[in-house]
Design a protein around this ligand. Structure first.
Ligand code: 5GP
Length: 204
């Protein structure tokens, strides 16, 4: 078999929809994905670890990385920067491994410009009421921030049209199982594997 490039999977969706929880459960299950750890300027939450949850950066450090073209995408979200390291993603894909990003929607749209062949999965909230409860229940945000995040979430839902798949997050386990099925199906797509089969036929 010819060496194949990895596939880039992008999980995105509105604030508070549960992207982080779904991503963690996906990585609790056995998989062959490489998770791209993001850079952020936001404060570390309790229990979070440098280099595991995020690479925590100052504003200046982050802006220098943007300037140097080191980020594949970045976005300002609720007064902080978040971004994806370009080199890690490109090198990992080139080595044949799939890469998984969990990012907000503005960033996902930038990735789409650079990697239209990526697989874009939109995590959809069961309802707006549920979304609000989740943002409030998280308890890490002030009232103003909850309002901000909810406003963003409403705008973000409209961006669903740009995605390949939509998964409703009414239950974490079933959402993760659906994402695993998407990953498996994408590996079976004819256009991804046709060249390998043609090569095989040539070798006969
Ligand atoms: P949180 O502060 O709750 O960890 O994340 C806030 C939002 O930023 C979430 O929607 C999360 O998916 C998103 N996010 C995390 N890393 C990145 C990144 O590298 N780029 C972008 N654009 N968004 C990110």
């Amino acid at each position: 078999m010819i060496d194949e490039k990895g596939i880039l999977f992008i999980l995105s969706g509105p604030s508070g929809v549960g992207k982080g929880t779904v991503r963690k459960e996906l990585f609790n299950r056995a998989n062959d994905l490489a998770y791209s750890i993001s850079m952020t300027t936001r404060e570390k939450r309790s229990g979070e670890k440098e280099g595991i949850d995020y690479f925590f950066k100052t504003n200046e450090e982050f802006e220098n990385m943007v300037e140097a073209g080191q980020l594949l995408e970045y976005a300002r979200f609720v007064n902080n920067y978040y971004g994806t390291p370009r080199k890690y993603v490109e090198d990992t894909l080139a080595s044949g491994k799939d890469v998984f990003l969990e990012i907000e929607v503005q960033g996902a749209m930038q990735v789409k410009e650079n990697f239209p062949e990526g697989v874009f999965i939109f995590l959809f909230p069961p309802s707006l009421e549920e979304l609000k409860n989740r943002i409030v229940d998280r308890g890490t945000e002030s009232e103003d921030l909850v309002f901000e995040r909810l406003k963003e979430a409403r705008n973000e839902i409209h961006m669903m049209d740009a995605y390949d798949y939509v998964v409703v997050n009414d239950d974490v386990n079933s959402a993760v199982t659906k994402i695993q099925s998407i990953i498996q199906s994408e590996h079976c797509r004819r256009e991804r594997i046709a060249s390998q089969y043609k090569q095989l036929l040539k070798e006969e």
